[in-house]
Design a protein around this ligand. Sequence first.
Ligand SMILES: Cc1cc2nc3c(=O)[nH]c(=O)nc-3n(C[C@H](O)[C@H](O)[C@H](O)COP(=O)(O)OP(=O)(O)OC[C@H]3O[C@@H](n4cnc5c(N)ncnc54)[C@H](O)[C@@H]3O)c2cc1C
Ligand code: SF4
Length: 465
Amino acid sequence: MPNMSPKKVQIPEQDPQIRRKNFDEVALGYTLEQAMEEATRCLQCKTKPCVDGCPVNVPIPEFIKAVEDGNIDEAYSIITKENALPAICGRVCPQESQCEGRCVRAKKGESVGIGRLERFVADYIMSKGNIEPKNIEKNGIKVAVVGAGPAGLTCAGELAKKGYEVTVFEALHELGGVLLYGIPEFRLPKSLVAKEVQSIIDMGVEINKNVIVGRSITVDELFEEGYKAIFVGSGAGLPKFMNLEGENLNGVYSANEFLTRVNLMKAYDFPNNPTPVKTGKRVAVVGGGNVAMDAARTAVRLGAEEVYIVYRRGEEELPARLEEIHHAKEEGVIFKLLNNPTKIIGDEKGWVTGMECVQMELGEPDDSGRRRPRVKENSEFILPVETVVIAIGQSPNPLIRQTTPGLSVESWGGIIVQEETMETSKEYVYAGGDAVTGAATVILAMGAGKTAAEAIHKKVLELQG
Ligand SMILES: Cc1cc2nc3c(=O)[nH]c(=O)nc-3n(C[C@H](O)[C@H](O)[C@H](O)COP(=O)(O)OP(=O)(O)OC[C@H]3O[C@@H](n4cnc5c(N)ncnc54)[C@H](O)[C@@H]3O)c2cc1C
Ligand code: SF4
């Protein structure tokens, strides 16, 4: 008999008052007993609606059944046939709008905790340290991958499984892309990212760090070096700004810079690590997505006394995951909804002292389906803050498109691909992830990497005759 409790088994979490002061992970994860109990909530539906909601088609009921039976090795092997980064996806995927959003249990109560179970399985196996590197016979065909984010790593792993000699070229000195420098430690421990990345390297993928494709070497030069196909997973690392007066004052950051300083450069441990990040007592983060929540919660942990999310629409329109909004509120982040900045104000030395805002109201829905915000007359006010973090989105870095003749791109910079194959306008060049879609999700980037790997395999086989 399935467990018909309308609620998920609770996941233990650090107390908000304690976690406000540390960068340790917030959610602590299920024990084996808790995971097995949650697994009994799955109805093992024949139609598997949850799987339809998963962009990489993890066989969800099958892996949950294995957890219910206490066979975690089996569960891990089922998941990793389709998803090479389960500990990461179990933590950061927007499950509520994907697998869990389709779960039949969500019709009367809470969905099965698919993400929590996926995370449990990955953590359990990694804690035992028994992920065996597989011995794969090489086929001698070289493929290059640009970028070691989830799109590039997934594509590399899938091709390596098929025997290709894959080399990943990564601009930074560390691997993982946004998983490493964007998403903070308290949501995604970096040691975990390193372990999952290592499991891909163990498939025989070669890694070339500190190489900026488009500067150190171009896409065409990679072909000259004998690579038969190239996958571009270079992400969307270029921050957007609002072009506000005062945006270049000291104390204004893009979320990208703010989070990179803290995550990758370990600014939270200054002066033991050499990169400082200055937050005043009061911080305003402009935006309402996951990036904004991460920046706000990071500012709390750096010791800011008042941290505001300034977002021009209402609560219902906030694009961040529900869990992140909930956690931010618990940690004391103040939501100033229906407010929009108009100007950043500074002192005579060029440091931020405040942000002028206007109040907004919502009108009819716009093209994105969200209600269009409009300014309320005479509603200007000044929010006194010493730091402003702009978190309103990122776009693809222009370097690859500028140095790769024949590559068609959208007006906003996204690389244009054929959806079924991820092939670009340049033959044998494929692309996926944020470089194609603009800022999106980890799992969509992974899905694109998988699709491209399959298509590259077919195309290169054709080449071989
Ligand atoms: C703060 C933050 C929080 C987020 N939270 C979530 C979340 O909770 N859930 C979720 O699903 N998604 C989240 N996202 C989005 C998610 O991280 C991205 O959609 C995903 O990482 C995109 O993967 P990618 O591989 O396309 O690009 P990236 O992760 O950006 O990786 C691209 C890699 O390419 C490298 N690169 C770029 N240009 C070059 C070049 N010319 N040569 C060589 N290397 C290059 C970069 O250094 C980087 O390592 C978040 C994003 C941010 C910024
Ligand atoms: S939809 Fe929900 S209950 Fe049905 S198989 Fe998937 S996880 Fe289990």
